[in-house]
Design a protein around this ligand. Structure first.
Ligand code: CTP
Ligand code: CA
Length: 223
C-alpha cells in the first residue's frame, strides 16, 4: 500500500474486545459465574493496541489490572456487556473472548433470599442470555473481522466449526477447557484456530503468545 504502517499495521482501525466472566445476580448478595480470569481477553486487547488499533475492552468482573492504552468498560451482567459492545459499534474488528454466562436468573430477587426453617430450598428458574458474538456477527454494522472463542470439553473441532457458522464469525479460537488442561484461569493455552479455509493447531504456549499470534493473524487481514 502507499501508507507506511510499519509496526503499527492496525493504525486507524477500531477494535472491540470482550473479556472475563459475567456475573448474573440471584439476589443482591449472590450470583452465578464461571472460572474465566480475563487473562486471554485482556492480553488480546493489549496486543491489538500494540499493533496500533484503537481498542475498547468490555470486561466482566476480573481481578487483573486494566491493560494500558486501552479504553476499558467494566460490566457485570451479560446484558450490560451486550449493550456496551453495541454502543462501541461501528468497529473494524471484534474479538469476543468473554465467557458470557449462558443463562441468568429469570427474575433476580430484590432482597436477599432468606432461609425458611423447615421449607425446601429455593429453585432457580433460568432464562437464556443474549449471544453477543452472534449478534455482532449478524449485525448491520458487522465489523470486517469477527473473531470468537469456543470453550469446549469434547469434540473441539466439530463444535468450534458449528459455532463459526452459527455465529457468523471469521475465526473461532477453540480450546479444551476440561479441568485437567488448566486453561480456564491458568497462564497457558493451547488452541485450534478454525477459519473458513480450514483448521490450524497451535502448540501450547502462554496466553501472551497466543494473544500476539491472534493479533498478527487479525492484522494480516488489513495488510
Ligand atoms: N458468547 C457470547 N455471548 C453468549 C455466549 C457466548 O458472545 N451469550 C461468545 C463467547 O464470547 C465466545 C463464543 O460466543 O466467543 C462461544 O462461546 P461458548 O460458550 O463456547 O459457546 P456457546 O454458544 O455459549 O455454546 P455452549 O456454551 O453451549 O458450548
Ligand atoms: Ca457458553
Amino acid at each position: 500500500t502507499l501508507l507506511d504502517t510499519g509496526d503499527k499495521p492496525l493504525a486507524g482501525k477500531k477494535a472491540i474486545v470482550t473479556s472475563g466472566p459475567t456475573h448474573e445476580p440471584i439476589d443482591p448478595v449472590r450470583y452465578i459465574a464461571n472460572r474465566s480470569s480475563g487473562k486471554q481477553g485482556h492480553a488480546i486487547a493489549a496486543e491489538l493496541s500494540q499493533l496500533g488499533a484503537e481498542v475498547t475492552l468490555v470486561s466482566g468482573p476480573v481481578i487483573i489490572p486494566d491493560p494500558k492504552g486501552v479504553k476499558v468498560i467494566h460490566v457485570e451482567r451479560a446484558e450490560e456487556m451486550r449493550d456496551a459492545v453495541l454502543s462501541a459499534l461501528p468497529a473494524d474488528i471484534a474479538v469476543m473472548v468473554a465467557a458470557v454466562a449462558d443463562w441468568r436468573v429469570a427474575s433476580a430477587a430484590g432482597n436477599k433470599i432468606k432461609k425458611q426453617p423447615g421449607e425446601t430450598p429455593p429453585s432457580l428458574l433460568l432464562t437464556e442470555n443474549p449471544d453477543i458474538l452472534k449478534t455482532v456477527g449478524h449485525h448491520a454494522q458487522r465489523p470486517k473481522l469477527v473473531v470468537g472463542f469456543a470453550a469446549e470439553t469434547q469434540n473441539v473441532a466439530e463444535n468450534g466449526r458449528s459455532k463459526l457458522e452459527r455465529k457468523g464469525a471469521d475465526y473461532i479460537i477453540a480450546n479444551d477447557v476440561s479441568p485437567e488442561t488448566g486453561i480456564m484461569g491458568g497462564d497457558r493455552n493451547r488452541v485450534k484456530v478454525i477459519g473458513k479455509a480450514g483448521d490450524e493447531d497451535w502448540p501450547e504456549m502462554d496466553k501472551q503468545s497466543v494473544a500476539e499470534k491472534i493479533a498478527r493473524l487479525i492484522a494480516s487481514h488489513f495488510a
